[in-house]
Design a protein around this ligand. Structure first.
Ligand code: NAD
Length: 321
């Protein structure tokens, strides 16, 4: 078995490589070659932790495995390690033998950023100039960095419930040489692309805050009850997702479906756009919305890519199990 430790991932994995891996696996999901297994997520009754597994099999990429981990809210204060902890295990699909163990923390951030960036690449207007951010936490910096590579943006605007966090994303705009402006939610009307990445349980962004022709990537809602945008926005948008079953149950679409504003058949797989079996954006006035719920196959795809890179560079650790 090969081990790629967490500490090596930063130097090995690139945004381009994460983009390519996630785009490929979304396409494989839409063509039926890859599928996710049911997600297990348990409150284990110890340290307030939420622990679980996300797994799947990609027959096209021959990637089989799972990501194990979750959220330990006391980690930072008590143990000085980050609260989100995960590890990816890959198995040889021919024999079932364990093939690799890969640190999953940074990979999770990179694969999540890659998902919204794949959606921008395939659904945003070519002439998009203003990038809007709703959210300014840990994950927002990753989303913004990856998003800015997809169009020749000229400006970044941002809103966050906690304005003291806005410098996190302002720094990323600075690094890209772009001006940054903090705006009220109404100010999001100026944006051509909006990424939302918050842990909110009530909508912040309303339909009236979004202009025709905008592409949105809603990335924060990955649990029942969470919500970032008004359900009415999904009713006027063309809705895409990584996986329809997750979108309508734990994703942003759960609310619009529950309220009867849209039905499951109104939610399309982004992979179908990548494959060319869905036309994607049809006009410059259409609002497109990607509901990124996060699937295990994304984790496996970036982990497999990083194992290849580690082997190439001679830094994968080989052990017998
Ligand atoms: P974080 O704690 O660093 O940041 C949380 C963000 O949410 C901050 O911007 C904060 O101001 C904002 N926020 C908190 N309460 C809010 C409220 N009531 N209304 C509006 N905004 C509010 O967390 P993070 O690591 O940046 O993760 C953000 C979210 O993304 C989490 O909910 C996480 O579960 C989700 N996430 C999703 C995926 C995916 O694949 N879809 C992957 C990773 C993380």
């Amino acid at each position: 078995m090969l081990i790629v430790p967490e500490r090596e991932i930063g130097a090995l994995m690139t945004r381009a490589s994460a983009f390519e891996a996630v785009e490929k696996v979304f396409a494989a999901m839409a063509s039926g070659e890859a599928y996710n297994f049911p997600v297990i997520r348990e409150a284990i009754g110890h340290e307030d932790a939420l622990y679980g597994f996300k797994g799947g099999f990609d027959r096209a990429g021959l990637t089989l495995g799972l990501k194990a981990g979750g959220y330990w809210p006391n980690n930072l204060e008590k143990f000085r390690v980050i609260n989100h902890q995960s590890t990816v295990f890959l198995f040889d699909p021919d024999t079932g033998k364990v093939a690799a163990m890969v640190g999953g923390n940074l990979l999770t951030a990179l694969r999540t950023a890659a998902a919204s960036s794949v959606s921008i690449a395939h659904l945003a207007r070519r002439d998009a100039k203003v990038m809007g951010m709703v959210g300014a936490g840990h994950q927002a910096t990753f989303q913004l960095r990856a998003a800015l590579e997809q169009r020749p943006f000229e400006k970044v605007i941002g809103w966050n419930l906690h304005p003291e966090m806005l410098p996190n994303i302002e720094t990323v705009a600075d690094e890209a040489g772009l001006p940054f402006e903090a705006v009220a939610l109404e100010g999001m009307r100026e944006a051509d692309v909006i990424v939302s990445i918050t842990s909110s349980f009530a909508p912040s962004l309303m339909a009236a805050h979004v202009s025709p022709g905008t592409h949105l990537a809603c990335m924060g809602t990955d649990t029942r009850g969470k919500q970032e945008v008004e359900a009415a926005l999904l009713a006027v948008a063309t809705v895409f997702t990584d996986e329809v079953a997750q979108s309508v149950s734990i994703g942003e679409a759960q609310h619009a479906v529950a309220e009867g504003l849209i039905s499951e058949s109104d939610v399309h797989q982004i992979g179908a756009v990548i494959n060319g079996s869905h036309p994607g954006r049809r006009s410059d006035e259409e609002i497109t919305l990607f509901d990124g719920t996060g699937v295990g196959l994304q984790d496996l795809a970036v982990a497999a890519a990083v194992v290849d890179l580690a082997v190439e560079k001679g830094i994968a650790i080989e052990v017998d199990v």
